[in-house]
Design a protein around this ligand. Structure first.
Ligand code: FEO
Ligand code: CA
Ligand code: CA
Ligand code: CA
Length: 714
């Protein structure tokens, strides 16, 4: 891939790329400099300041990478290109961009479900020319992002039958509907029926899936099938902020009930089989003025107003002036019970209100649940939530000798085998015991020190600066204004924290910091010798090691696993294991997944700037975290042009990998050679995955399996 000029100021700022955090705390770049500058000197990587930058920029970069600043656990012995120190055994594919998806040789990548496919019984066939909210409420939504897999029956570990819980983050109006691309004012032109269809296409889907003869299919008519939407799903608000006056509206004077969920990005699955949806870029839906607004500082800190949708024209609750508190009812983690499709989802306010990227969980060694969550915007923070109570584990149904007619298994005759009644009773009791576990606990924010230490600072009302005198009258205020509270505590501004995944095998935690185009520009926090990129267009993967393997502990250590970008491109100063091939590096890590062996897989989102950051499409890369191969990447899957890679999720046997191809044809198609313009419904850069005239590109979940049935990456 060609290199890029990092001094070019990008003109394509996404909402995530706008700085709203006023904190003057040292950023990660400063910390890297302070932490690693001495090591760099000792290893002869060059003098500090411009000298280090020059050494990184002009040397055979991969050869110096092992001694570069930031290489916290560099390999003991240099490893040359062509050697194979990683645990991943597949043949990698090449960087590139075209209308199709690509997977490593020996693997199948098949579309499982597309936008518009039926989820609920009776849903109409997808007709892109005749979309409606009513149809969409029964169909798979737009822009699939998070994917969770829950074995059926719950607790069985069954890798071939389960529920897939999928978020629908947002909609691309001009790719979704005909006739909008040429409108002078698309937001002014959109009709109510289409706004309602957009709202119905947001949220999430729960589908039942089964694998037969090596092939996955959706089970039609499943009793678990559900659509959660922004349009009409009634939800509860629970926890410390529930009922607070700042959450009350005309439609809900109680402050305890809300319709819908917005911008569900990534999420998590709890050990008791519920589905967590993270509300991220909620500012896109609200219009109005903040002049004399009672929530002015709060909403400014959220980047509001920044409407990208016309919803407030037809639904007044999205007008910040007509309904001043509505935007406080979004930005939470939502818990959905897939085993009770009628149960209202619950917004768990104890986990704080910010632009939650995700909510991946780990059961700590003391039995408490720990949920990690990034706040995805430039110079925002990394959080974790620790429950007060312990998780009541599900019975180990998998080990029960009566399980030979393995519950939930569908036999050749199509009959479903159920478990003995008593196991169902134990499961029900465990689920009930965990039902409101997420309502009580402590939210923490991360402060990183230059010596590699990390301190988790509690966001608790009355502690430190979180007092009435500083504008926090209660724990509800601390949670509603979590960003402001975290700044008051001195948390460390990071380069857009996206997905955060605890590794259940090693106990380490991986944080994808996707990029920060503003680093060192204007009045923003500066660049430094060890992070010599005037704008960090490529991101990095942070590794956190909790003290004594205790995820609830107040302290941890941090390190950099890789600094993304092309290691051969002048000026990028990427950092990889030298064994990484010309296709093994990536840019802009976003989502990630751990396979059952504890190996890390990274999904990328370069956004509209892909032609500058890598020159190729997003995809999935295996990334070795251990041993001499640490920091080696390998390219496994590639999305079609304009798409983003989301949702990687393995089945418990590691033999199936579900991935979400989000917004095909959308991003940066002006740079797609031979196409060279913005995509529209009528003229998209790709009609993936159907490739039929008149059929728009459709965000879809793809399932990847190995042709020989083996484990992915074996
Ligand atoms: Fe929805 Fe931060 O990606
Ligand atoms: Ca996304
Ligand atoms: Ca993301
Ligand atoms: Ca992203």
């Amino acid at each position: 891939m060609p290199g890029q000029d990092p001094t070019t100021v990008p003109d394509d700022l996404d909402p995530d790329d706008i700085r709203v955090n006023p904190s003057s705390e040292p950023g990660l770049g400063d910390l890297i400099e302070r932490r690693f500058s001495r090591r760099a000197l000792l290893r002869g990587a060059g003098a500090l300041g411009a000298g280090v930058a020059a050494a990184l920029a002009t040397g055979p970069l991969r050869a110096v990478a092992a001694s570069a600043p930031g290489a916290g656990q560099a390999p003991a012995e240099p490893i040359g290109p062509g050697s194979d120190p990683s645990r991943f055994a597949f043949t990698e594919i090449a960087h590139g961009v075209d209308e199709h998806h690509h997977v490593a040789p020996g693997y199948r990548a098949e579309v499982l479900i597309r936008w518009g496919d039926a989820v609920l019984p009776g849903a109409p066939d997808f007709d892109p020319e005749r979309q409606s909210a009513a149809a969409q409420l029964g169909q798979f939504g737009y822009n699939n992002d998070f994917i969770g897999y829950i074995s059926l029956p719950l607790g069985s570990g069954n890798p071939e039958h389960g529920l897939l819980c999928v978020n629908h983050e947002y909609t691309n109006s001009d790719l979704m509907f005909p006739g909008l691309a040429d409108a002078d004012d698309p937001r002014g032109a959109i009709r109510r029926s289409r706004v309602d269809a957009e709202m119905a296409a947001h949220g999430g889907s729960i589908i039942e899936i089964v694998k037969h003869d090596g092939r996955w299919r959706v089970v039609p008519g499943s009793p678990f099938a559900r659509r959660v939407s922004a349009l009409e799903t009634a939800m509860r608000l629970s926890g410390p902020a529930s009922g607070h006056p700042r959450l009350r509206t005309r439609e809900d004077p109680s402050g305890r009930r809300v319709i819908g969920t917005l911008n569900n990005c990534a999420g998590g699955i709890t050990p008791w089989g519920t589905y967590l949806m993270a509300e991220e870029n909620i500012q896109l839906y609200f219009s109005g003025s903040l002049d004399d607004h009672p929530e002015r500082e709060n909403y400014r800190r959220f980047g509001m107003p920044d409407p990208r949708y016309a919803w407030s024209r037809y639904h007044r609750r999205f007008d910040l002036n007509a309904e001043p508190n509505e935007a406080n009812r979004f930005g939470w983690i939502v818990e959905v019970d897939p085993f009770d499709p009628k149960a209202p989802p619950v917004k768990r306010t104890a986990l704080g209100r910010f632009k939650h990227e995700g909510a991946e969980c780990v059961v700590n060694k003391d039995g408490r649940l720990v949920i990690y969550s990034g706040d995805d915007q430039v110079f925002e923070y990394l959080y974790k939530f620790v429950t007060d109570g312990r998780v009541t584990p599900l019975p180990e149904a998998r080990m029960d000798p009566t399980m030979d007619s393995y519950a939930g298994r569908i036999d050749a005759a199509g009959r479903v085998h159920f478990r003995p009644q008593r196991i169902e009773q134990w499961i029900a009791a465990a689920r009930a015991a965990n039902r409101d576990l997420l309502d009580q606990g402590t939210l923490y924010v991360a402060k990183l020190a230059h010596d590699g230490g990390l301190t988790w600072l509690p966001l608790v009302h009355g502690r430190g600066p979180l007092t009435q005198a500083n504008g926090f009258a209660s724990q509800a205020d601390v949670l509603i204004d979590a960003r402001t509270a975290a700044t008051a505590l001195g948390a460390t501004p990071l380069d857009r924290p996206e997905d955060v995944e605890p590794n259940p095998v090693t106990g380490k935690v991986y944080v994808c910091l996707t990029n920060n185009k503003l680093r060192g520009t204007g009045g923003n926090p500066r660049t430094d010798a060890a992070n010599p990129r005037p704008q960090n267009l490529w991101g990095q993967v942070l590794e956190i090691t909790p003290s004594d393997g205790d995820h609830a502990a107040d302290s941890a250590r941090w390190d950099i696993l890789v600094r993304a970008g092309d290691p051969a491109a002048p000026g990028v100063a990427a950092q990889w294991n030298p064994a990484t091939s010309e296709n093994g590096w990536f840019a802009c890590p976003d989502n990630c997944a751990l396979d059952p062996a504890g190996r890390l897989w990274i999904a990328t989102d370069q956004g509209r700037g892909w032609s500058k950051t890598s020159g190729g499409a997003d995809g999935i890369w295996a990334l070795e975290t251990e041993g001499p191969g640490r920091g080696t990447g390998r390219m496994f899957f590639r999305v079609p042009v304009g798409a983003e890679m989301c949702g990687p999720r393995f089945t418990p046997d590691g033999r199936s990998l579900f991935v979400a191809v989000q917004h095909p044809a959308a991003d940066g198609t002006e740079a797609f050679t031979g196409f060279g313009r913005k995509s529209s419904f009528e003229r998209p850069a790709t009609r993936w995955p159907d490739f039929q005239d008149g059929m728009p590109p459709r965000p879809s979940v793809v399932v990847i399996t190995k042709e020989d049935g083996g484990e992915i990456g074996s």
